[in-house]
Ligand binder design. Structure first.
Ligand SMILES: [Zn+2]
Length: 51
């Protein structure tokens, strides 16, 4: 429990400003991933910030 050998890369979502970790589904496109979720990506496209 003290330390974890597998340190996953992290990025910060520019929409919600939250850090998110690497996910298996992004293993082939991690460099292109900018948003933590599809929802954030869409809200970025619209520029709307309503929930
Ligand atoms: Zn986000």
């Amino acid at each position: 429990m003290a330390h974890q050998k597998t340190t996953l890369p992290h990025k910060t979502c520019p929409v919600c400003q939250r850090p998110f970790a690497w996910r298996k589904k992004w293993e082939k496109c991690w460099d292109e991933v900018k948003y933590c979720s599809e929802r954030c990506r869409r809200s970025r496209d619209k520029g709307a910030t309503h929930a």
